[in-house]
Write a protein that binds this ligand. Structure first.
Ligand code: 13P
Length: 303
């Protein structure tokens, strides 16, 4: 068993050896975020990876995020920090099901949430993240949008746009668990708190919140706000940066156990093992990568 400092030292050595950068999503464990060169939400990580020249990108997050990094950096080797870190939401739609829905709605432009496989992105017209869903949908040159796969994010976007939105019935297991009742109870306990939730939460939860924001938007909101107490409705990993960047403010999760099991598969040990063995290489077939990149690039151009 090694101590924290030895593990961190080992990561630094391996980073040099592999000429690697380490990127971590805001939901990662604090000790993993602390060794990362870049942290952020899905949009920021896509953007930051897009301009990167590192030989190796070690992606601490889940598979669809590492796939996006691989699509945007065909010359880098992308390693995922744990072989089985997936996203049940992304797995709720595959190419076959998407094609069936497209046949039902031939006039609709397809906007795919970034939480999808590369193959689904390749079948879509535009990509979006929780940070820019409204902006992307408004910019699509079509009045009818087929939004996949997160129905809660899709519903939230539909409340902010005049476009006709067809929602595929997918959801995030972690966010959809949060109930309106839990929000009401938390508000009773902290009546002065601002309530920030992720747009993957249910509509009735979003209705009770002060804002529905991506994880990095929450960080910016908290920093700029004069309020001192916040109730947070997203995965607990975000608390690390919220608290670190705002030592004068209080942050409480709306419900205990707000944990994404896949995000938590990554530990410092799995990062080290991945780097030592150069394993979990994430590749996307060229033909799929080219088409998926078009949907991602269109999003990056809009935002
Ligand atoms: P963000 O893009 O807001 O960080 O969210 C990613 C995600 O997968 C939420 O479940």
């Amino acid at each position: 068993m090694f101590g924290l400092e030895e593990l961190q030292q080992k990561v630094l050595e391996l980073k040099k050896e592999l000429n690697a950068i380490i990127v971590a999503h805001n939901y990662q464990r604090p000790e993993v975020q602390n060794i990362a060169d870049l942290t952020g939400d899905s949009l920021e990580l896509a953007r930051k990876c897009a301009g990167n020249k590192a030989e190796t990108i070690v992606f601490c997050g889940v598979r669809f995020m590492a796939e996006t990094a691989a699509i945007l950096n065909p010359s880098s080797t992308v390693l995922l920090s744990h072989a089985d870190a997936g996203c049940p939401l992304a797995d709720m739609i595959d190419v076959e099901r998407l094609r069936q829905w497209k046949e039902k709605y031939p006039e609709a432009a397809v906007v795919a949430y970034v939480n999808t496989t590369a193959a689904v992105k390749a079948e879509s017209d535009f990509c979006c993240t929780s940070a820019n869903g409204v902006e992307v949908v408004d910019a699509v040159p079509s009045e009818e949008i087929l939004f996949v796969p997160d129905q809660n994010l899709g519903h939230y976007v539909s409340t902010k746009t005049s476009k006709k939105m067809i929602l595929y019935p997918g959801f995030c297991n972690t966010h959809a668990k949060l109930t309106a009742e839990e929000v009401k109870l938390a508000k009773q306990r902290y009546p002065q708190a601002k309530v920030l939730v992720h747009p993957e939460c249910r509509p009735e939860v979003i209705d009770l919140a002060d804002a529905a924001l991506s994880t990095s938007q929450m960080l910016r909101y908290a920093k700029q706000s004069n309020h001192k107490v916040f109730l947070i409705g997203t995965e607990e990993g975000i608390l690390h940066s919220l608290r670190e960047q705002n030592s004068d403010k209080e942050f409480h999760l709306i419900s205990d156990g707000f944990i994404c099991p896949d995000m938590k598969k990554t530990t410092l040990e799995t990062v080290i093992e991945t780097m030592q063995t150069r394993s979990n290489v994430v590749t996307v077939p060229e033909e799929i990568g080219i088409r998926a990149k078009q949907a991602i690039d269109k999003m990056l151009d809009i935002t």
